[in-house]
Design a protein around this ligand. Structure first.
Ligand code: 5AD
Ligand code: FES
Length: 367
């Protein structure tokens, strides 16, 4: 019974099992979801407050060496118009975010493992830190790299890194990636990132073809076991230019959306002190998707601050919101949205998760 499992989560979170979570993920009953979201919101309020942190997302380049079966900018999609922002454009976008009192920026791009790219990112990070007097936080989301490269970027001033595992189930990982892209290698990168000193974020897509509630329950157990600091999960949205879109599908967009909200809520209940993003993909499926993510327990939003001329070419999935908006419009719109649900924006703060702060101090965080 869902009530019993929910009370177990609150009283004895460490005793919750993957089958318990799978049961809660499979249920779509309105009374249950109301209770689930209310509980998750209370835990969020208590642990991270009614404050939303903004991360200005800069989509630096859509050139990608990888060929993930789901992603619109995969190497094999020949109809993509490839771009790279200049160093000065990236720095300008980041400083714009700083002037607007965003606490930090996320630099995201397709995966490139060449030395020129590593140097480009290093310069950009160093320059952003220098010109913001070390005040603007820099998070990277640039895929799998060698330890030495992660180290170079960390030394240049980046302090958080996002690398989604996409699914924690090794066999399932193989069905959504081509040979040569290995689960172990991704996992190893997450471990190296932690060792290097980054606050580490990961996440999965939700509602992939043949992805079961058991598999998603396993993902939650994985996040806990990896002791992650940040979480970014979004619904999978089929992209016509990718192989996965042709696969027979057992999810409706609504089912994916609701499953994502339940994942957010359960993760908040089990990992009270981490940062959880209410991702843009949620808004692609529902105009109020990001607000609903916040109401289900998320506490971070990533407004897109990529210059307008590049936005339409960074199409990971179709129907991405804000493609024709300017950074100013996105900022104002999001501020309105956050206020509409009675929360405030964390102005000029890095907004490190209490979990990461506590771990740095070496204290026990959960339980
Ligand atoms: N639908 C939803 N999310 C996607 N991503 C890539 N392609 C899609 C898609 N079709 C997500 C992946 C990746 C992140 C940058 O974008 O999880 O890690
Ligand atoms: Fe971009 Fe609303 S979030 S315009």
């Amino acid at each position: 019974m869902w009530r019993d499992i929910l009370s177990k989560i609150k009283s004895l979170p460490d005793s919750v099992t993957a089958p318990d979570l799978a049961e809660l993920l499979s249920l779509d009953d309105p009374e249950y979801t109301k209770c689930l979201f209310r509980d998750a919101y209370m835990i969020k309020e208590k642990n991270v407050g009614k404050v939303v942190y903004l991360r200005g997302l800069i989509e630096i380049s859509n050139i990608c060496e990888q060929d993930c079966y789901y992603c619109g900018i995969r190497r094999g999609n020949k109809s993509v118009n490839r771009f790279v922002m200049t160093e000065e454009e990236v720095i300008e976008a980041a400083l714009w975010a700083w002037r607007k009192c965003y606490g930090s920026v996320v630099l995201q791009a397709g995966e490139r493992r060449d030395d020129e790219f590593a140097g480009f990112i290093e310069n950009v990070v160093r320059e952003i830190k220098l010109r913001s007097n070390g005040k603007l936080g820099v998070t990277l989301s640039l895929g799998e790299q060698d330890e030495a490269v992660y180290r170079r970027w960390f030394d240049a001033g980046a302090h958080r890194y996002l690398l989604r595992i996409e699914t924690s189930e090794k066999e399932f990982f193989k069905t959504i990636h081509p040979g040569g892209q290995e689960f172990e290698s991704r996992l190893n990168c997450l471990k190296i990132l932690r060792k290097t000193g980054y606050q580490v974020g990961t996440g999965v897509m939700i509602g992939l073809p043949f992805q079961s509630a058991q598999s998603l329950a396993g993902d939650i157990m994985f996040f806990k076991a990896m002791d992650i600091d940040m979480l970014g999960m979004g619904p999978y949205i089929p992209h016509h230019g990718t192989p996965l879109a042709a696969r027979v599908d057992d999810y409706t967009p609504e089912a994916r959306f609701n499953m994502t909200l339940r994942m957010i809520a359960l993760c908040r209940l089990l990992m009270p002190g981490i940062n959880i993003a209410s991702t843009t993909a949620l808004q692609a499926l529902n105009p109020y998707g990001r607000e609903m993510g916040l109401k289900a327990g998320a506490n971070v939003i990533m407004p897109n601050i990529t210059p307008g001329k590049y936005r339409q070419d960074y199409e990971l999935y179709p129907g991405k919101p804000c493609v024709s908006d300017t950074p100013d419009e996105c900022g104002e719109c999001l501020t309105r949205r956050v206020k509409s649900i009675g929360e405030t924006i964390g102005v000029g703060e890095w907004g490190d998760s209490p979990h990461a702060v506590a771990r740095k101090k070496g204290v026990e965080v959960y339980g």
